[in-house]
Design a protein. Structure first.
Length: 295
C-alpha cells in the first residue's frame, strides 16, 4: 500500500516545550508528517534526547534548549531556525510549568506569579513577536498556542489560569492582526497525562477540588486518568497543515478521541435605561440585575 504524501513535507516547525509531554508528542507527530522540527525545552538533555529520537526514526530535528520566557532567547531561537532552514513555517507553543501546590490568591508569591505568567503567556508573545514577521514576509504561516480549560478559573490555581486566559485573548488578537497576511493563529486546550497532570501533588489537587464541589465524581475520575499526550498531537498537526488553511482565531479542545470547539464569548442584556432618563439609580439597577440573574 502506497503511503500518502506527508502533509508537512517541505515545512519547518519550532515546538516550544517540545522536549516533554504534549510538546514532545507534537514534535514527533510533525516529524511523522515530514516537517523539520526545532525542539525547544528548558532542560538541555531532554531537548537533545527528543531531537535524537526523531532523527533515529528518520526525521529531521535539532535541539535548541533554553527558556522562551526570555525575549532575547526567543529571538535567538527563531533566528537560528531561519539561519539553519531558511524560514519558519510553523510555530507551536507548548511550554508550561505547574503552579505551586495548594496556592491561591491568598498566598501565591509575586515571584511565582511572574514565573507562571512568564512561561504561559509572555513566552507566547515572545515567540510570536519574533516568528510572525518572518511568516508575514513570506505570506504564510501557522501558529498554534496551548491553552487549558483552567482559563475558566474553576480550578488550576491563580497564575496558571490567568496565563491561559491571556493566551486565549492573545491568540484572538494575533489572528485578527495577521488574517490579511496569510498567517493563521489558533489555540488548543489539551487533556493529556503529563508531568503537570500526574503525580502525588496533582492527585492531591484533584482531591481538594472534588471535596470543594468543583469537580463531580466523573470529572474527578477522568482527571485522574487522562489519556496519553500522543492523542492530542493530531489536532496540532491538522491546525499546522493545509487542512486548516482557512481556520484562524479559534479555540479547540483535544483529549483522547475527543476534539471540541469553544464558542465565541457573548453577552446578554441585563438592564436597559434610556440615556435621557439619566443614570440608573443604584438600588433600581441592583434589583434589576438580581432579577435578571434569577437571584
Amino acid at each position: 500500500m502506497t503511503r500518502p504524501e506527508p502533509l508537512l513535507g517541505d515545512k519547518v516547525a519550532i515546538v516550544t516545550g517540545g522536549s516533554r509531554g504534549i510538546g514532545r508528542a507534537v514534535a514527533h507527530a510533525l516529524s511523522d508528517e515530514g516537517a523539520a522540527v526545532v525542539v525547544n525545552g528548558r532542560e538541555e538533555r531532554a531537548a537533545v534526547d527528543t531531537a535524537e529520537e526523531i532523527r533515529a526514526r528518520g526525521g529531521r530535528a535539532t535541539a535548541y534548549p533554553g527558556s522562551v520566557a526570555d525575549f532575547d532567547f526567543a529571538g535567538a531561537l527563531v533566528a537560528d531556525c531561519v539561519a539553519r532552514h531558511g524560514r519558519v513555517d510553523i510555530l507551536i507553543n507548548c511550554a508550561g510549568i505547574v503552579e505551586p501546590e495548594g496556592s491561591s490568591i491568598l498566598d501565591l508569591t509575586a515571584e511565582d506569579w511572574s514565573a507562571l505568567i512568564g512561561v504561559h503567556l509572555t513566552s507566547v508573545f515572545n515567540t510570536c513577536r519574533h516568528a510572525a514577521p518572518h511568516m508575514v514576509e513570506r505570506g504564510e504561516g501557522a501558529i498554534v498556542n496551548t491553552s487549558s480549560h483552567a482559563f475558566l478559573g474553576s480550578y488550576g490555581g491563580t497564575g496558571y489560569p490567568a496565563g491561559k486566559g491571556g493566551t486565549n485573548s492573545l491568540t484572538f488578537a494575533i489572528a485578527a492582526e495577521l488574517r490579511g497576511h496569510g498567517v493563521r493563529v489558533n489555540a488548543v486546550c489539551p487533556g493529556a497525562r503529563t508531568r503537570i497532570s500526574s503525580g502525588p501533588s496533582y492527585e492531591r489537587q484533584i482531591a481538594r477540588l472534588h471535596a470543594r464541589g468543583l469537580l463531580d465524581e466523573a470529572m474527578r475520575d477522568a482527571s485522574l486518568a487522562p489519556p496519553p499526550p500522543e492523542h492530542t498531537a493530531s489536532l496540532y498537526v491538522v491546525l499546522a497543515s493545509d487542512f486548516a488553511r482557512d481556520i484562524t482565531g479559534r479555540l479547540f479542545s483535544a483529549a483522547g478521541g475527543y476534539v471540541g470547539l469553544h464558542g465565541a464569548p457573548s453577552e446578554e442584556l441585563l438592564a436597559f435605561r434610556d440615556e435621557a432618563s439619566g443614570p440608573w439609580p443604584v438600588r433600581s439597577l441592583g434589583e434589576e440585575v438580581r432579577t435578571r440573574l434569577g437571584l
